[in-house]
Design a protein around this ligand. Structure first.
Ligand SMILES: Nc1ncnc2c1ncn2[C@@H]1O[C@H](COP(=O)(O)OP(=O)(O)OP(=O)(O)O)[C@@H](O)[C@H]1O
Ligand SMILES: Nc1ncnc2c1ncn2[C@@H]1O[C@H](COP(=O)(O)OP(=O)(O)OP(=O)(O)O)[C@@H](O)[C@H]1O
Ligand SMILES: [Mg+2]
Ligand SMILES: [Mg+2]
Lengths: 256, 256
């Protein structure tokens, strides 16, 4: 049974891509076969996994509009058991194009239903918006993982996001559930971080993972080498936190 | 002559809202009469200026679809000479609604042309995407201000952004010009920050402001008090950098 997890937050820069790339890599390291779908026109997850040449690539755009099967848009990465459906150049025009297409929110779902290859986890890295790309991800997914930066503005958008997840469950995808909230870029020297973290834990209780990801410059350096942090510097605090998060998710699924 | 400046970067979390709020406030402090238009459905600039009640508000959405004149959607803020056109709740649905409207990219331009009140500066805080909201801002604006976080992923999107600005100038708004690039969240302890800053200055030379904004936790704390950093803590490094940036922009316009 494949777990399809959409990584979503309309607030920008909260660690969606970093969480998707490092979590998928950590789960592959323990032998799970995973697919990462880059659904963000910026293509950061594609670069973060070392795939530099985005011009020639057939990827998530072509799959979304039904031009190419999912099978033919998936490539291996440098990491064993981790596959990638990259973001291709035309993804930036997809949102406008999709509006006038019939069943515009189901393109990804239809493509993934036809995918015969079996994966343990499929992660979808979403752009910072609640538009048609993110909607496609939410309709195709079983679970939503929400990275939440420990800062004030990031907190503001959380209720809107949880409301949107509820709407999608009601109108499009009855099986959609919140997998959990991951606190990111936690800075233990800042009272703001502690305040936001406490606030979120108080309101959302067990929906918030125990593991929180510290702010750690090695995590931000890794993409410039085309590697996930857990490959670039496994021993650093950020990587260790992502390994810990992977364990927490596996035990949540009853697999540990 | 009003300067209309769109603050744009499709990469999320790079400091668009923080730059818009603090720059507009710093320019108001020296007597310029300014308007801040919150064009981001998250409404962070609206909250950052202390306007908490977003449910009841008439704002940029109603102006964009022509339901309300710009005049009637502008309110005073706690800061003298600074006015706000807030983000209202329905803005999150605007991108999908706009697609099928005639002259969908000119809604804001048309509304601002009818605005009789005169402002020295109009700042438009944009969402983290290059969709129809940002397009409306680019068509209405004279200049584009690009906040750029000193990190690898933020660098990746710059060429796509500069290309988009060129396309808008060619197809929609011949007067659109790059006002400048502001380096944000610069951390002088991190070699990554220094590397990215040097890279950008080397390629874009005088288009990059001399002033760079340091990472400074007081800047991130200010919005939780509904105040710009320059009001919350004028003496902190972040605020001083925004004051410096305001001076640099005034001298660029020949006003200092
Ligand atoms: N734990 C961390 N410590 C330090 N830096 C981090 C951490 N996590 C992410 N970053 C950095 O913060 C920036 C934002 O992270 P990232 O790009 O993953 O967020 P995002 O939510 O995917 O952004 P977008 O909304 O643009 O898609 C990046 O430059 C990234 O390298
Ligand atoms: N100089 C700074 N020092 C420390 N924190 C900062 C600084 N500038 C911005 N921040 C914080 O970083 C986060 C991102 O900034 P901000 O929300 O202004 O970016 P944005 O580009 O507007 O994001 P979005 O793409 O979601 O609109 C916020 O929590 C903000 O408070
Ligand atoms: Mg991302
Ligand atoms: Mg913003």
């Amino acid at each position: 049974m494949t777990n399809i997890i959409a990584v979503v937050n309309q607030k920008g820069g909260v660690g969606k891509t970093t969480t998707t790339v490092n979590l998928a890599t950590a789960l592959s390291a323990v032998g799970k076969k995973n697919l990462l779908i880059d659904f963000d026109p910026q293509g950061n997850a594609t670069t973060g996994l070392g795939v530099m040449e985005k011009e020639t690539v057939v990827g998530s755009y072509e799959v979304l509009i039904g031009k190419v099967s999912a099978e033919n848009a998936i490539q291996k990465t440098a990491i064993p058991h981790l596959y990638l459906m990259p973001a291709s150049l035309h993804l930036s025009g997809a949102e406008v194009e999709l509006v006038t297409m019939p069943s515009r929110e189901r393109g990804l779902l239809i493509a993934l239903e036809k995918l015969s290859a079996s994966f343990d986890y499929i992660f979808i890295d979403c752009p910072p918006s609640l538009g048609l790309l993110t909607l496609n991800a939410l309709v195709a997914a079983d679970k939503v993982l929400v990275p939440l930066q420990c800062e004030f503005y990031a907190l503001e958008g959380l209720s809107q996001l949880l409301y949107t997840i509820g709407q999608v469950r009601k109108n499009f995808n009855p099986r959609l559930d919140l997998q959990g909230i991951v606190l990111t870029m936690f800075d233990n020297r800042s009272s703001l971080s502690t305040q936001v973290a406490n606030d979120v834990r108080q309101h959302l209780k067990e929906k918030v993972y125990k593991t929180q990801i510290p702010r750690n410059v090695r995590v931000a350096e890794a993409p410039s080498f085309g590697k996930p942090a857990v490959v670039y510097d496994l021993k650093c605090q950020g990587s260790q936190a992502y390994i810990q998060l992977a364990k927490e998710i596996l035990s949540q699924e009853g697999e540990l």
